[in-house]
Design a protein around this ligand. Structure first.
Ligand code: SF4
Length: 89
């Protein structure tokens, strides 16, 4: 899995930092997303997928399969199918 973020479309809603704080943070200046780990480990993939879904501006893009990363053998990924509902400002 590889994560990219686009601060030019991020509106600083902060859902990503709440959902996967090990991977996303927010700038102290303008609140836009700060990517902490562009290749998060498998145990974080579900949260990253959820953050991608929850992001209201589409600023988060997740590439590649779950569970594999870049070069690990990778077992079955968590998939990120957990239901997520919640209001977003
Ligand atoms: S959830 Fe999306 S819009 Fe909100 S801070 Fe994260 S990247 Fe930006």
């Amino acid at each position: 899995m590889k994560v990219t973020t686009d601060t030019s479309v991020c509106i600083g809603a902060g859902m990503c930092a709440l959902t996967a704080p090990a991977v996303f943070d927010q700038s102290e200046e303008d609140g836009t997303v700060v990517l902490l780990d562009e290749t998060p480990p498998p145990e974080l993939h579900a949260a990253v997928r959820q953050a991608e879904r929850l992001c209201p501006s589409g600023a988060i893009t997740v590439l590649g399969p779950d569970g594999g990363g870049t070069g690990t053998t990778g077992g079955p990924g968590p998939g990120g199918a957990a239901g997520a509902a919640g209001p977003h400002p």
